[in-house]
Write a protein that binds this ligand. Structure first.
Ligand SMILES: Cc1ncc(COP(=O)(O)O)c(C=O)c1O
Length: 404
């Protein structure tokens, strides 16, 4: 009885606060992006336009990527058969690790089952094992980085978001000789802004710290070859550990880190989240490599992506919608209340066949609930116009505007 009460109370609180998560049941169909079939219940099915996918370049549906996955599965089977150490290292894993290292101009790479695991396992292992290591973390870092820091039980200092004066004042408080790790994010996932990476690197040099960048929302779309913000800013060789994932720009699944040979070998040898889990299916690794080829040669795809993002930004700037101007491709449109945020998303879904997932606490702080809009090359300017018209109509109904 006690257990049921506990679960009931928790779930009732979520529902009361409008934060209960309802998963939208989608059927994404190859070739139909940005449309997907939506199953509101067992009997009905409707077509919606998806505006919150992280399949940023629509590569999950790319025929060459899908073919690579299928033919590799026919060659290698569905699963890997073990952990990396015990019979689960397949040739595509080894090739992918070399390819991702080359992609970032680093000596070595290591792949994980997800970006979450790559962050948690690497940060926890480094911060937890380097004697006396002190971590400095941007307050808007992802849950996976926060969990890695927590699990390491090291001393930590959380600096104000993108605030270099605050970071420096915190760095000054600890001995210059102490091992330090600064963890930050290339493109912040809920705000769409970018880290001042060059300034962070300069502070790291001054205070003798290692740097760790999460490039999850940047790889594929930023930089001349799609290798992320560190490539765009010419910092690939300055940042010690570049982390990314294969699920967003790459359109598949999995995570990775790249860095110098010793550091990567250390994480390979010591990280629990790498060692004690079955490796990714070799067919997945093969599909990722095809995606990487398309990204590296994907100047036209990136151009199309950024043209769409720019068009969206131009159009939304003509409205009074309470959106946040960002340097990046993610556009938050603020609501500021969990129940209202859900209601607005429901109206867009039912009235306009527009699917945007409400973003509520704990993903963002209470009072900053929002719609988080992502644009892909599959969206046309007409789709964007329809979205903006619908947003303007619904936000006006609730008198939500920039001035509000
Ligand atoms: C900034 C950031 N890092 C890491 C992750 C985790 O990546 P993955 O979805 O591959 O586990 C996410 C989530 O999606 C993220 O937004």
């Amino acid at each position: 009885m006690y257990y049921d009460n506990f679960f009931d109370t928790y779930l009732a609180t979520l529902k009361d606060e409008g934060r209960y998560r309802v998963f939208i049941n989608l059927e994404r169909v190859v070739g139909r992006a940005p449309y997907a079939l939506w199953h509101p219940d067992d009997r009905a099915v409707d077509e919606v336009v998806v505006w919150c996918s992280n399949d940023y370049l629509a590569l999950s549906q790319n025929p060459e990527v899908v073919d690579a996955l299928v033919s590799a599965a026919q060659n290698y089977g569905a699963g890997s058969g073990g952990t990396r150490n015990i019979s689960g290292t397949a040739h595509p894993h080894v090739m992918l690790e070399q390819a991702v290292a080359n992609f970032h101009g680093k000596e070595a790479g290591l792949i994980f089952s997800s970006g979450y695991v790559a962050n948690e396992a690497t940060i926890c292992t480094l911060a937890g094992n380097l004697p006396g290591c002190i971590v400095f973390s941007d307050e808007k870092n992802h849950a996976s980085m926060i969990q890695g820091i927590r699990n390491s039980r090291c001393e930590k200092h959380v600096f104000k978001h993108n605030d270099m004066a605050d970071l420096e004042s915190k760095l000054k408080q600890v001995p210059l000789g102490a091992p330090k790790l600064i963890v930050f994010t290339a493109v912040y996932s809920m705000d769409g802004d970018m880290a001042p990476a060059a300034e962070i690197v300069a502070l790291a040099k001054k205070y003798n710290a290692l740097t760790f960048i999460d490039e999850v929302h940047a790889v594929g779309m930023y930089g001349a070859t799609g290798a992320g913000a560190s490539e765009l800013l010419g910092l690939q060789h300055e940042i010690d550990i570049i982390q990314g994932n294969f699920a967003k720009g790459f359109g598949v699944v999995g995570g990775y880190i790249t860095g110098n040979r010793n550091l990567i070998d250390y994480v390979r040898s010591a990280a629990s989240g790498f060692i004690f889990t079955t490796s990714m299916p070799p067919a997945t690794a093969a599909a990722i490599m095809k995606s990487m080829d398309l990204i590296r040669d994907g100047v036209a795809l990136r151009d199309q992506f950024w043209q769409r993002v720019c068009y969206f930004k131009q159009q939304i700037a003509k409205t009074t919608l309470p959106y946040r101007e960002t340097q990046g491709h993610i556009i938050p449109v603020v609501v500021g209340n969990a129940a209202l945020c859900k209601e607005i998303c429901d109206r867009l879904l039912y009235e306009d066949k527009i699917y945007i997932q409400p973003i509520n606490y704990p993903t963002v702080p209470v009072g900053q609930e929002r719609l988080r809009i992502t644009i892909t090359p599959a969206h046309t300017n007409e789709h964007i116009d329809q979205l903006i018209n619908a947003l303007v109509r619904v936000y006006q109904d609730y008198q939500l505007s920039q001035a509000a």
